[in-house]
Design a protein around this ligand. Sequence first.
Ligand code: SF4
Length: 342
Amino acid sequence: MLFECDPPPPLVGIAKLVASSDLLEAKRTVEYFELETRRFIGRGSGRMRSIWTVNPYRGCEFGCKYCYARYAHEFMELRDPELFERKIYAKRFEKPAFRAELRRLKPGETIWIGTATDPYQPAERRFRITRGMLEVFSGERGFDLGITTKSDLAGRDAELLAEIGRKNRVGVHLTITTLNEALARLLEPRAPRPALRLGAVKKLSEAGVRVSVLAHPVMPLINDSEQSLDEVCAAAARNGASGFSAGPLFLKSCARQVFFPFLEQRFPHLVRRYRERFEKHPYLKGAYPEMIQERLEKIRARHRLKTWEAPEWPVSDQMEMFGEPEHQLGRDFTLQRKVDSV
Ligand code: SF4
């Protein structure tokens, strides 16, 4: 046990680099930093080893109450889960380096952008890293590229994605958990409104890009009713999506630290039941996941949508999707010189 006068343990690896990264821009509550990375493309692990993952940003400003990616900031010794949405790290991007990495992959391999954090979060408007990566993809052929996002900013790249799709297989997956704007604002405070996300579905599908909608995560007694899921699926179909999927809520401990206080404040009547179900396991077991999958199948059939065409990611594998094995972060990042500050 440490006494009060003991010095804190020295920071190592990525935590040390992050602690000394330079501030690029500070808004009211969000700070942007830049990290140099030696590697943009990471290998999935476990059953996801066949997939390559890319995450242009660390941290995510959208601040979803159920977000389980918050744990990634813990590896940088940023242990307050709220820092995940207030300290955003943009990876310093250079097209030639990314192209060289891409060309080391075999043709036909699957690459997924946005497995840990949203590649179209607000930082993308400034840093345009996702855009830069897609521009590189537009010169390549034969890849299977997937993107997951909760942002209508994906619509900005509709034409570019369509162009990539002429020589590669491309799919964009927009997450829409509910059409209820007030509920969405509570659950995903800084993510674009569901109507804006549907606008991106339309824009992308009209450009010829394959789009699916994910109503993920399905939260018991919050957005899991047949009516709520059906509304999202119907809107997805109306706006040109070809797929619709969802999976039950996954609450890792870092997510529980944010989600339970949120429940206490907004859904106090649900706190006891959620605690009973999630305190021992991060994901729901038993009849509930099966019941949700049956409900989804019925809904998909009603609106003639398919399940998403990407590889299935079982809930238990979600933690394997971060793609940049966190134990390797220390050697993947080096300190970036100061570029700008506001
Ligand atoms: S958009 Fe995704 S990564 Fe960002 S806060 Fe929400 S769940 Fe987390």
